[in-house]
Design a protein around this ligand. Structure first.
Ligand SMILES: Cc1cc2nc3c(=O)[nH]c(=O)nc-3n(C[C@H](O)[C@H](O)[C@H](O)COP(=O)(O)OP(=O)(O)OC[C@H]3O[C@@H](n4cnc5c(N)ncnc54)[C@H](O)[C@@H]3O)c2cc1C
Length: 386
């Protein structure tokens, strides 16, 4: 029984995503994972399909997708290829504050070219020093008369790194208080940048999530929102969407692993009796347990997407809870699927190993599962969050 009945428009977005997932992403997924090469052809296909402007309003050249459509698109892409799903999620989450906070001039310079498929964007927030404590960034920026000076702003993990054209980057003005970040759009062609090391992830291997350093002079027109307006202007449009799209990636990885596992158990037959793995009680129970975890998480993720669509964002708990639920479901399903898949899956005869490795990123990417649980507990107890 379907848990949810999408609108015609939502079905249209899902159909576009499924076509790309099956015809572009899936055939390349094992190779980009094995070679750790950024999936540029997939992004070319997204640009051609208009997907780089997924959430950008139609009057700016985008597709105008609602939040749930974006979640379903990202989930479908991640089912086929976790690395590409994550790079696309980073593109969408960094584009979100750009189109929602852009001035008329920024619409022309940034938003319309993204919608036209001419720019890939990403998020450069986490620093090497402060890591998962993203609320205490240290990168500082100096204010000049009509511009800002970036001097060696070092970001520890930038998904898509040199393959992106625009970076959504918060930093501290010299005279700002703790947590009062100012947000910038860094244009790769207009600042000095370097890749400070290779990306050699356990999973998400094609993500190119390398450390990067940025320096240069930024015109005021590269600032998104007001100075030091992170909490008041930027977080409300960035955080909920960032969280729900993380959840979409991990739900997609879990669904991809589940489907691979079902294929495996219905295909693998024993030589002596000819009976299938799918006919064994214990295996049937594992399949049921994974399905229940997936459906439970999907219900939460879709409900939270609806909260965001209605701009009901005063309580941050549901957004971060959806990330943790999807992370844990991905860890549980990939682990269980590997157990069911046995030596054949461990030995690489299907994609379960890739899903298992990709799923590990969920618990260590900010907001990490540890920190989500701590924050939710503190909210329950009325204790300060940070
Ligand atoms: C695949 C991948 C892609 C990424 N892409 C991007 C990107 O595009 N943009 C970006 O900005 N960042 C990105 N990141 C960075 C990410 O969001 C985290 O900031 C980073 O992984 C933190 O790593 P760390 O080693 O510094 O963790 P640490 O901060 O050293 O934490 C280590 C462990 O300690 C735990 N811990 C820390 N504090 C507490 C506490 N108070 N209570 C309990 N446990 C705690 C954490 O949960 C974590 O498990 C990416 C990371 C990965 C893995």
């Amino acid at each position: 029984m379907p848990l949810f009945d999408p609108t015609l428009e939502q079905r249209r977005f899902v159909a576009i995503a499924e076509d790309l997932a099956e015809n572009q992403l899936r055939p390349r997924a094992d190779e980009v994972d094995a070679t750790a090469v950024f999936p540029k052809e997939n992004f070319d296909a997204f640009a051609k399909a208009g997907l780089l402007g997924l959430r950008i309003p139609e009057n700016l050249g985008g597709m105008g997708a609602d939040v749930l459509s974006a979640v379903m698109v990202i989930e479908r892409l991640a089912r086929a290829c976790g690395s590409t799903g994550m790079c696309f999620k980073m593109h969408c989450e960094s584009t979100e504050p750009m189109w929602r906070l852009a001035t008329a001039e920024q619409n022309e310079r940034f938003v319309k070219p993204i919608a036209a498929g001419e720019r890939i964007t990403t998020t450069a927030i986490a620093e090497t020093g402060t890591g998962s404590h993203t609320w205490s960034l240290q990168s500082s920026v100096t204010r000049n008369e009509e511009s800002y000076e970036l001097s060696n702003v070092r970001k520890g993990w930038v998904t898509s790194s040199e393959h992106a054209d625009l970076y959504f980057t918060p930093a501290m003005l010299d005279d700002a208080g703790p947590g009062q970040f100012t947000s910038f759009v860094l244009e790769k062609n207009a600042v000095d940048w370097s890749i400070d090391g290779p990306w050699n992830g356990l999973g998400m291997r094609a993500n190119a999530s390398s450390p990067m350093t940025f320096s240069g002079t930024l015109p005021q027109g590269n600032r998104l929102g007001g100075e030091s307006a992170w909490q008041t202007e930027v977080l409300p449009v960035f955080m909920p969407f960032s969280m729900i799209t993380f959840a979409a990636v991990y739900l997609g990885i879990a669904e991809g692993a589940y489907a691979t596992c079902v294929d495996h158990v219905t295909g693998r037959a024993y030589g002596d009796t000819g009976s299938k793995l799918a006919e064994i009680d214990g295996i049937q129970r594992y399949i049921g347990e994974m399905r229940i975890a997936l459906d439970r998480t999907r219900a939460l993720v879709y409900a939270v997407a609806d909260l965001i669509e209605r701009n009901d964002i005063a309580d941050p708990a549901p957004f971060i809870e959806s990330v943790c639920a999807a992370d844990e479901t991905a860890l549980f399903v990939t682990r269980t699927a590997m157990n069911v898949g046995g030596g054949r899956s461990y030995g690489g005869q299907n994609a379960l190993g890739r899903y298992l490795r990709d799923a590990q990123a969920g618990s260590v990417m900010a907001p990490t599962d540890d920190i989500i649980k701590l924050r939710v507990g503190r909210m329950q107890l009325g204790q300060p969050q940070f």
